[in-house]
Design a protein around this ligand. Structure first.
Ligand code: SF4
Length: 340
């Protein structure tokens, strides 16, 4: 593990020896389905106004960022695959950062394809180039989920929160991907009522025109959610689920496409989980290793180095032993509170 500094003094951790199970922000996540979430980096160059994970250079809550060594990540992804008895249909490169910025993302895709039938990746698109798309296609990438909330250049810059964002470049690279490669594109705009209602119509019209969704559904409209610790769109309100479904069902009727996730069959099913290591309430002796992802957290490791545990309510990040009680273990993401 090596550390340096990034963006206003945050610790940037190059992860090549921490366990890659147990943390929500980096490594491999299993939510009890046949999809493995593979999180290679927490770094994100954007500053989206609605970011639920408070990412980017101007983040207020982040204390550390993580970039995972490609070989180390692949070792843990293979282990997850084995622990799930091979019942994995897709590896999804997603996370609390922008996956294409990982320096070895194409090799990660290529090696994942060696044992997982499908590999998909989420992106906001601006970090893609034609060359990178070609490399990802050669590596076997099946699908890009691209978040484009509007085609209006000014609104797009405002929504992504960075002055250099040009949606025209995203349009160009997405059209190249659809036209010149076999990587499928799913457009995944976030609907913010009163902010981009008509823009989503434009995104759907554009997607239909260029032919997204050759093998998979072409659209996956997402609901804007104002998370407690995320960023909120000034002046906008979070829609209820009822409003959201009314909105997308009206679009479905208008365009004759399926937008409701519940009707889309991508082959996702329940599947054996990676066994949990610690129960809620269990007391564990942990080794504090470094400052956590968010303020008030530390990264700790269990004695056998099987999982990372997020220690909450701490301000002291110096390496030491701490006795702690596990307060959360959902989906194998471990959170603990120190006892002393
Ligand atoms: S919403 Fe996604 S792309 Fe935007 S800042 Fe957050 S992590 Fe980055």
């Amino acid at each position: 593990m090596k550390t340096t500094r990034v963006w206003g003094g945050r610790t940037l951790v190059y992860v090549d020896d921490l366990p890659l199970f147990g943390h929500i922000a980096f490594g491999v996540l299993d939510r009890g389905t046949n999809v493995l979430q593979v999180r290679a980096t927490t770094l994100c160059p954007y500053n989206c106004v609605y970011c639920s994970v408070d990412a980017g250079p101007y983040s207020r809550r982040r204390l550390s960022e993580f970039v995972v060594d490609a070989d180390w990540l692949l070792d843990w992804a293979r282990l997850a695959y084995r622990l799930k008895n091979g019942e994995v249909v897709e590896a999804l490169l997603d996370g609390v950062g922008e996956p294409p910025t990982h320096p070895e993302i194409a090799r990660v895709v290529e090696e994942l394809k060696g044992f997982v039938p499908r590999v998909a990746m989420e992106t906001r698109g601006f970090t893609l180039t034609r060359q990178l798309v070609d490399r990802l296609w050669d590596a076997g990438l099946d699908r890009l989920n691209v978040s484009v909330d509007t085609l209006d250049p000014v609104k797009a810059r405002w929504l992504t929160g960075v002055p250099w964002y040009r949606v025209e470049k995203v349009v160009e690279v997405v059209e190249y991907t659809v036209r010149e490669t076999g990587v499928d594109v799913m457009l995944a705009p976030v609907w913010i009522p009163g902010v981009n209602d008509e823009d989503i119509v434009g995104v759907i019209e554009w997607g239909l025109r260029i032919g997204v969704g050759k093998r998979f559904p072409g659209f996956g409209v997402q609901k804007y959610e104002a998370h407690k610790y995320g960023r909120k769109v000034p002046g906008a309100r979070e829609p209820s689920w009822r409003e959201f479904y009314d909105y997308i069902h009206a679009l479905e009727e208008r365009f004759g496409v399926v937008l409701d996730y519940r009707k889309i069959d991508m082959g996702f099913r329940r599947a054996p989980r990676i066994p949990l290591i610690y129960r809620r309430g269990e007391v564990v002796d942990l080794h504090v290793r470094l400052p956590g992802w968010l303020r008030g957290e530390a990264i700790a490791v269990d004695p056998e180095e099987r999982v990372v545990v997020t220690l909450v309510g701490v301000e002291d990040y110096t390496p030491r032993k701490v006795r702690a009680r596990v307060v959360e273990n959902q989906d194998g993401i471990y959170i603990a509170k120190p006892l002393d």
